[in-house]
Design a protein. Structure first.
Length: 366
């Protein structure tokens, strides 16, 4: 469950400067593993754009390392460390237009044919698939790994799956191996292998799924295949019919004023007076995005609010949830959401808005 460090890793990393693929690259993605620290330093010293995946993809896909102006060699060394990644980086969203020329990954074991085994959690493979989906890597983008000689061994091809990333170059303390690997790399995210649990752990994955669904791709999840099979049983049909007949009806109002209105699936005096209501702020909404697109995304990400206050002219919206826990869950789900080519800013509102909205237009949210 970890990428092992080894004696001589820094010197081995320095040998990457002898590779043409490194010298030609302008933008390099390097995993945050300790044995790859020397590669991150070499990239910064060569004034290349350095992208490092966020740990376990919790807050996005990449962090871009930006050393301070006039950084000394010592500061660059700090920037290459895990602490430096935290202090000297800015996040890169789905709309960041990353164009990665070289990918450097850590490995637990690797074969001279280019087969690779990671720490068993699949994050490197997922990172690569996500880069393909967002257009950050091409079919011929080279992949390099850096390991100790004892980590190079025969790996049975039947252990590989179609989502596994292979490598083109292996650097060890004594050798540089060009694998000439012919096995194709992943062509994108294999949604039928993604679970609900993984979707919850990696918020940016939800945004990519939403984007690909809008583009007409099949994004059925691993869990959904069994859900769909169960949904076709007579018992499930009866359950659905019962749920439809008992669903509460929605109140609809008609007042309106300009671009400022509220979308709601339930709006009652009791809700208005609730002190538990917690508001989420959504900012950086592009002018081209309509409220219907945001509503669709909220439903898709299972973050439907009690009430939506749309302020499109100000490029923002406010979402009301029944309590703080529900609001925080929505913020987590919507983290990294991209609409209209921009990553939205989603966070708990700094101040709860007043209960009165003046003139508003109320619609059904669903």
């Amino acid at each position: 469950r970890r990428i092992p460090n080894f004696k001589g890793s820094h010197q081995t990393c320095c040998s990457i400067k002898e590779l043409d693929v490194f010298n030609r690259a302008r933008e390099i993605k390097v995993d945050p593993d300790k044995p790859l620290e020397g590669v991150r330093l070499a990239a910064l010293q060569a004034r290349k754009t350095l992208l490092v995946p966020t740990p376990r993809l919790r807050t996005g896909l990449f962090n871009k390392i930006i050393p301070p102006p006039g950084a000394t060699k010592e500061i660059l060394r700090v920037c290459a460390t895990s602490q430096g990644i935290k202090e000297y980086s800015v996040p890169v969203g789905l709309d960041g237009k990353a164009r990665v020329d070289l990918v450097v990954v850590g490995s637990v074991a690797v074969s001279e044919k280019g087969w690779r085994i990671g720490k068993g959690e699949g994050y490197a493979d997922m990172e690569y698939a996500m880069m393909v989906s967002m257009g950050a890597v091409q079919e011929d983008t080279p992949v390099v790994t850096i390991v100790h000689d004892c980590q190079v061994l025969d790996i049975a091809e039947e252990l590989l799956d179609d989502h596994d990333v292979t490598v083109d170059y292996i650097l060890t303390p004594t050798r540089t191996i060009k694998t000439d690997c012919k096995r194709p790399k992943p062509q994108g995210i294999l949604w039928h292998k993604v679970s609900y649990e993984m979707l919850e752990k990696i918020p940016i994955l939800k945004s990519l799924r939403y984007r690909e669904k809008q583009a007409g791709k099949d994004v059925t999840l691993q869990d959904e295949h069994s859900d769909l099979a169960n949904a076709n049983t007579p018992a499930a049909s009866n359950e659905k019919a019962t749920a439809e007949s008992t669903r509460p009806k929605t109140a609809i109002g008609s007042a309106q004023t300009g671009q400022h209105h509220v979308e709601s699936d339930s709006l009652s005096p009791r809700l208005e007076e609730s002190s538990m209501i917690t508001t989420v702020y959504v900012g950086n909404i592009p002018p081209s995005v309509r409220v219907s697109e945001l509503k669709c995304a909220l439903r898709e990400f299972q973050a439907t609010p009690l009430r939506l206050n749309w302020q499109g002219a100000q490029h923002k919206a406010f979402l009301d949830y029944k309590d703080q826990a529900t609001a925080e869950s929505a913020v987590s789900s919507l983290k990294g959401l991209s609409l209209g080519g921009k990553t939205l800013r989603v966070e708990l509102a700094k101040n709860q808005r007043s209960k009165g909205y003046g003139e508003i237009k109320i619609h059904k949210l669903i």
